[in-house]
Design a protein around this ligand. Structure first.
Ligand code: PEP
Length: 249
């Protein structure tokens, strides 16, 4: 089953989230061919979880801290959001790597914390334009993958979702072509197979993220190794997100 995840980033007030759900929920089809996930800002979590109860959508968060609790002013713990009912967390989004200087080892600890807490991690990796143009795409993906997943067992890898998000395609309107994305997904899958074996790599969901919208989602989803999408801007409007999750109708 494909997975379509919306990343709301630092968008939406309480009233705007309510307005979104007022349109989104009544228009959700009764049976969906994909898992639908939404990651709102932390303060919206409680109300989004209430609204999503008994509906075919899962609510999660955009970030966690690697410590269970402690003196980390401004941070939010995995156990707090898990206790509220969050199902998943993004980890290592390029905005967190670039703007908040998150390192590979910090990301690795967050993956461990998410797994320990029972939150499904969505690990985001991807190269910048400069890294792609200098022929270093594979090297970067491999490094980000192995740094983040170092020490994980096969069982742990089986609980993870991977998101390939080329940095040059995020929020720019420049999406990777389905073929370009497929090539990167295949590369990531082959790297997982080398380290953790064919069985776990063949079932690992790999989402594509980077300017996905209602017009381009179908062609992306038709690729063999693209198991879903991580959607930023186009997940903010209920109409557009509804079209994306029903890309096949
Ligand atoms: C993202 O935030 O992960 C993302 C892919 O954003 P956008 O869809 O806006 O490019």
């Amino acid at each position: 089953m494909k997975i379509i995840a919306g990343n709301w980033k630092m968008h939406k007030t309480f009233a705007e989230a309510k307005e979104f759900m007022n349109v989104f929920l009544p228009n959700l089809p009764s049976s969906l061919e994909c898992r639908v996930l939404i990651a709102p800002s932390f303060p919206l979590l409680g109300s989004m979880l209430d609204r999503a109860q008994n509906r075919p959508i899962e609510i999660g968060v955009q970030n966690i801290h690697d410590h269970e609790q402690g003196a980390f002013t401004g941070e939010v713990s995995a156990s707090l959001v898990k206790g509220m009912g969050a199902k998943f967390t993004l980890i290592g989004h390029s905005e967190r790597r670039q703007l908040f200087h998150e390192t590979g080892s910090f990301i690795q600890k967050k993956i461990k914390r998410a797994l320990m807490t029972g939150l499904q991690p969505i690990l985001c990796i991807g190269e910048t334009l400069q890294e792609r143009e200098s022929g270093n795409m594979q090297k970067v993906l491999k490094m980000q993958l192995f740094e983040a997943l170092d020490g994980c067992s096969q069982d742990e890898i089986a609980q993870i979702i991977l998101a390939y998000e080329p940095v040059w395609a995020i929020g720019t309107g420049k999406q990777a072509t389905p073929e370009t994305a497929e090539e990167a997904h295949l590369f990531c899958r082959s790297q997982i197979a080398i380290k953790w074996g064919e069985a776990v790599s063949s079932t690992l969901p790999i989402l594509y993220g980077g300017s996905v919208n209602a017009a381009n989602v179908k062609a992306l989803m038709q690729q063999k190794n693209i198991d879903g999408a991580l959607v930023g801007g186009a997940s903010l409007s209920p109409e557009s997100f509804l079209s994306i999750i029903q890309y096949n109708y």
